[in-house]
Ligand binder design. Sequence first.
Ligand SMILES: Cc1cc2nc3c(=O)[nH]c(=O)nc-3n(C[C@H](O)[C@H](O)[C@H](O)COP(=O)(O)OP(=O)(O)OC[C@H]3O[C@@H](n4cnc5c(N)ncnc54)[C@H](O)[C@@H]3O)c2cc1C
Length: 530
Amino acid sequence: MTTQTGATDLRADVIIVGAGSGGCVLARRLLDKGARVLLLEAGGSDTQPGTGLLIRAPAAFPKLFKTGVDWAFDTVEQPHAGGRRFYWPRGKVLGGSSAINATIYIRGSRSDFDGWGEGWRWEDVLPAFRDIEKFTGEGGEFRGDAGELAVGHRAASHNLSHAFVQAASSVLGVPALSSFNHGTLEGAGILESNHHRGERQSAFRAFLRPVLHHPNLTVLTGARVLELLWEGTRAVGVRLRWKGRTLDAPAGGVVLAAGAVQTPQLLMLSGVGPKEELTRHGIGVRVNLPGVGAGLQDHLAVPVIFRSKVQSLDAGSEGAAFAQWLLNRTGPLASNIAEASAFVRSGPDLEHANLQYHFGPAYFRDHGFQRADGWHFTVGPVLVEPHSSGRIGLSSADPLAAPRIDPQYLSDERDLRALVSGVRQAREIAAGEGLGQVNAGEVLPTTALQSDTDLGEFVRQECATLYHPVGTAALGDGDEAVVDRQLAVRGTQGLWVADAAVMPRIIHANTNATSMMIGARAANFVSLKL
Ligand SMILES: Cc1cc2nc3c(=O)[nH]c(=O)nc-3n(C[C@H](O)[C@H](O)[C@H](O)COP(=O)(O)OP(=O)(O)OC[C@H]3O[C@@H](n4cnc5c(N)ncnc54)[C@H](O)[C@@H]3O)c2cc1C
C-alpha cells in the first residue's frame, strides 16, 4: 500500500520515521515552516477495507486489535504478574496509535511537566498544547481554539457515566470537574475526546490529511525503516524496505517518531544504544548510550466490573449500533467506551493522585476480547504513578523482528498495593450515590475475594496495559538521557526523537495529547538546525 503525494523523489530536508501521534504533528508543523518532508510509515492507509470504518467509529477501537493495523506486540513473561506475556497493541497505519486508541484527550498535570525540568515545565508546554487544539467548549487562558485537532466533550455521554461522576466525587470526596485539562489532575468528570461529528480524529486526520497534496510533502506507506545511514556520527538518511525493495533515502536530518517501542529498536539497530546490548547482537557501536530502551514505564489497568440494572453501551446488537453510526454518527459507536475518569490518591501520604479510574458503561476485560451477556459497567483503577520500570531490548539484529519488551510490571511492591487499594475503592464507588442504585452486583473480582492476598493475586492475573509505554529514549541531562532538552540524540548530529519515548517520567494521565505536544515542539527544535 502506497500513498505518494506532493514531490516524488526521496530527497528531503527532513525524514520523519513513523506517521503516528508525534510524527504527524511534527510533519505538519515542519511543512508550515517551509521544510521539505519525507514521512515514512510502515503501516498502510487508514481507509483500507475492513479497518477504515472501524478506525473512524471511535468505540470500535477494540475491533482493530490484532488486525493488519496493529503491530500486536507481546511482552516477555512478567514474573511479578502471573508469569503472563502481555499483549501490547500499537497502531501500524497512518495516524499510528492515535488511529486505534480510545480517543481520550487529556494533558498531564502542571507537576508532571514541572518535574521534567528546564524547557519542559508547564509554562513551556502549555503554548504547544494550545497551539494544536481546536477546543469546542468554553475557552479561556488554558485552551486553544485555532489548532487542527478537534477537542472537547463528545456529543453525548451515557447516563451511567454521569452517575459514575456523581458517585466518585461523593465517595472520594473530590470535586466534579468539567475538564481535566487545566493543569490539575484531581476530581471526577466526563473525559474530553478527539472526535469530530461523531468520528475519531487521529493525528493523521487532523494534521496531515488536509495538506496531503502539499508540494513539500511526500508520504510513503508500507515503508519500513530498517536503520539509519551515517557519515561518522551524523545521520544523513535512512535505509528502508518499500514495495519489496531496499532503498536508501538521504536527508538533511532524521527524526525518529516510531513510538516508545520501535524508536529505541531503530536506534539500537543503527548502533546507538547500550554497548553490551549491541555487542550481544553483533551490532557495531557507533554511540554508546546506555539509556536507549531503559526507563520503560507504562500504566496498568485492572477490570472491576459490575452488572447494571439499566441498559449499558454494549447491550444492543452490534449491527444496529453500526447502522445507527453510519446513518448519523450517533449511538454506542460514537462513544469511546472510557467516557469518564476520577483521579485519587491511594494513600494519605501521597503528593499526587496515583490512581486514575477509567469508567466505561460496558463490560471491558482483556482488551474487549472477553465478552459477557447482559448489561454492565466497568470501574477500572489505573496506576498512573508506577514505581516499576523495565526496558526495550533487541530480540535479534534482524530489523524485521519484534523487539524484546520487558516492562517489569509489578516488580515494585508498591504498585501492587496501590492497585489492590484501587480495586477496593472501585467497589465503594460502584456502591456510591448515583451508581449504587443501578448496581446489580459485582462480576469481577467477585465478592468472594476480600483479603489483600486474594485481591493481589487477582490484580496479578487480570491487570493489562492501558497502552501508554513511554520513556525509552528519555530527554534530560544525566548519563541515562538519550536526547537533550531540544530532543537531539546525544553524541550524534542531525538526529532527533519526537514521540512518547522522550518522556523522562510517565505523566499521570493518558499519553496521546502529550505525544502530539512533543511532535509540535520538536518542529521548533529541528527547524532551527536545518
Ligand atoms: C489501544 C490504545 C488505546 C489508547 N488510548 C488512548 C487514549 O484514549 N488517550 C490517550 O491519550 N492515549 C491513548 N493511547 C496512547 C497514545 O495513543 C500513544 O501514547 C500515542 O499515540 C503515542 O504516539 P507516538 O507518536 O509515540 O507513537 P505512535 O502513534 O504509535 O506512532 C508510531 C508510528 O511509527 C510507525 N513505525 C514504527 N516503526 C516503524 C519503522 N521501522 N518504519 C516506519 N514506520 C514505523 C508505526 O507504524 C506508527 O504509525 C492508547 C494507545 C493504544 C495503542
